[in-house]
Design a protein around this ligand. Structure first.
Ligand SMILES: [Zn+2]
Length: 362
């Protein structure tokens, strides 16, 4: 049982490595230094390899320098002129973190190495990759159809390709699935789960000491995955675990309400009973929507406003969901769902989810 895999130093490929070892594979790992701002991930990968070797698990590890190759490509992950976006992983802006054709480039190299191992060791070789369903929305080169096509193309173009197969055990799973699988595999191999995942990093923009803010999209996804397993993430963040976890939950709720037309639970929003002087902006795009002058206590459990700012230009749409006819209101700038508008005897009431708003005091 022979496998070659790409070990980024993030949690997905690390989980995959532990899984392959527990399945009895002899594993060769390749880490790519491609000029990524989060290059510390390559060091993290090396730390985990060292930890595994201390536990008498022998792993071949090669670091391949692709800085000049990837350096000519445009991406927020490598370019100093583009900032890594914060917020929910599926936000449109996360597309700036795509490195053009990256996984095809990596896979080509790994495929070539797998063919070489197959020849010299006279064995079948699996190419194992930690791609998972959470990546599919933003990264087309993480989707199953892409790997089927790659496998097909590489098979056509190489002698000996019948001994090489892609192995993507997490392709339909998510980060929670990966962590749960890793817990099981660490236990089986008598490895310390917190040490293994303490030697990983998921952030695309850690500070100069390699510490994550916890605010990038991939961070948020990671933090929520640890929390849903009832565990604390063993890596250190710039803020306390309680703070980064509460931020991550806020991002998750915000995405659900603003992009999936959800509703926050009544009486839970930060601004429901908030009456300071200032202005309320769209939490997604920062457009000015309401002034505190028009805010009133409706008692319904969500922030209520009698009128919108004169330049807000809030979109009104007929909403017939939940067996009611209502007027849905959306931000005209970024098209995010905000809440509903009711015409009542006392006048208009904009009933807005608190999570959609960002308050700025006068
Ligand atoms: Zn907006």
């Amino acid at each position: 049982m022979r496998a070659v895999m790409s070990l980024s130093g993030g949690m997905d490929s690390t989980g995959l490595l532990i899984r392959l070892i527990s399945e009895g594979y002899k594993v060769s790992c390749i880490s790519f230094d491609y000029g990524q701002k989060h290059k510390i991930e390559v060091e993290k990968a090396a730390q985990n390899i060292a930890y595994l070797r201390q536990n008498n698990i022998s792993i071949e590890h090669k670091v391949i320098d692709l800085t000049s190759t990837i350096g000519i490509l445009n991406s927020a992950l490598t370019s100093n002129e583009i900032n890594v976006p914060e917020g929910h992983y599926e936000k449109e802006q996360m597309k700036s973190t795509v490195v053009p054709n990256r996984n095809a480039i990596f896979s080509s190299i790994i495929y070539g190495y797998a063919l070489s191992i197959s020849e010299t060791e006279s064995t079948d070789v699996k190419i194992a990759l930690g791609v998972h369903s959470g990546d599919h929305a933003i990264y087309p080169d993480c989707r199953p159809e892409f790997y089927h096509a790659l496998d097909n193309a590489f098979s056509i173009g190489n002698w000996g390709s019948e001994r090489i197969d892609f192995h993507l055990p997490y392709i339909n799973g998510d980060k929670v699935y990966i962590l749960r699988d890793s817990l099981k595999n660490c236990k089986k191999l008598k490895l310390d789960f917190d040490i293994v995942f303490g030697n990983t990093i998921t952030s695309y923009n850690p500070d100069e000491n390699g510490i994550s803010s916890g605010k990038s999209g991939s961070d948020v996804e990671r933090i929520l995955a640890f929390d849903s397993l009832g565990r604390k993430d063993p890596i250190q963040y710039q803020d306390s675990w309680e703070t980064v976890l509460s931020n991550a939950k806020k991002e998750q709720l915000r995405y659900y309400v603003m992009k999936e037309n959800g509703t926050e639970r009544a009486f839970t929003g930060e601004y429901d009973k908030h009456f300071e002087k200032g202005s309320y902006h769209c939490a997604y795009c920062n457009k000015l929507l309401f002034s505190s002058e028009s805010k009133f206590n409706s008692g319904c459990g969500w922030p209520a406003f009698s009128e919108e700012d004169q330049n807000a230009n809030i979109s009104q749409l007929k909403d017939t969901s939940h067996g009611m006819v209502r007027i849905e209101v959306r931000c005209s700038e970024c098209d995010s769902h905000l809440g509903h508008l009711f015409h009542e005897s006392r006048g208009p009431r904009y009933c807005i989810n608190s999570i959609c708003l960002e308050f700025k005091g006068d």
